[in-house]
Design a protein around this ligand. Structure first.
Ligand SMILES: [Ca+2]
Ligand SMILES: [Ca+2]
Length: 183
């Protein structure tokens, strides 16, 4: 409802004519702007995500094909994706399937590098959902496996794995809530 109100305010302000100047501000938590394109798309209520990104609730997600280590995939002003529900986990699988036609192992933003089995998301959100594959997380063969990829095992679930391995990734950004100020 708040978003709708803001967009209605935005539309109304633009109809007031040249005497008033529209100024866009971005509400906290801050939007992470990748380029000017995002500002353009964020102002379009029909498509709040930039081109090539997929919307789920208040975030936009993108599959990044280039295989990188987990720390190198945490880049470009976006975060590796956090996952907060079974539906969101299924959505990420769909994003990867639509983009690649398959289910490649893909980084998301979970890590327990600070303390074994104490999981965090790299975007700072609460670790309130888990979709582990059977038998995971397992610190395989006693190794520290501090980073999470998904599309693992029969159920395409999550697996803890060494952060230095290279995989494609899914990153996410918040859709921008646009505040309108009329000067
Ligand atoms: Ca682990
Ligand atoms: Ca594992």
């Amino acid at each position: 409802m708040a978003m709708l109100t803001l967009l209605l305010l935005l539309s109304a302000a633009f109809t007031l004519g040249d005497r008033m100047t529209a100024r866009l501000q971005f509400r906290n938590p801050p939007c992470l702007l990748l380029s000017d394109d995002l500002v353009t798309f964020a102002a379009d209520q029909r498509n709040p995500c930039p081109r090539g990104w997929f919307q789920f609730n208040s975030r936009c997600f993108m599959f990044v094909k280039t295989a990188r280590t987990w720390p190198n995939a945490e880049y470009l002003g976006a975060n590796l994706a956090s996952v907060h529900s079974y539906e969101e986990s299924q959505f990420l699988q769909a994003v990867v399937l639509i983009t690649t036609g398959s289910f490649p192992l893909t980084w998301i933003g979970g890590f327990d590098a600070v303390q074994d089995r104490l999981w965090f998301w790299s975007d700072g959100s609460k670790f309130d959902h888990e979709s582990w594959a059977e038998g995971e997380p397992n610190n395989n063969n006693g190794a520290r496996e501090p980073c999470i990829h998904f599309n693992f095992g029969a159920e395409n679930g999550w697996n803890d794995v060494s952060c230095g391995k290279s995989y494609p990734s899914v990153c996410s950004i918040r859709t921008c809530l646009i505040l309108q100020t009329v000067n």
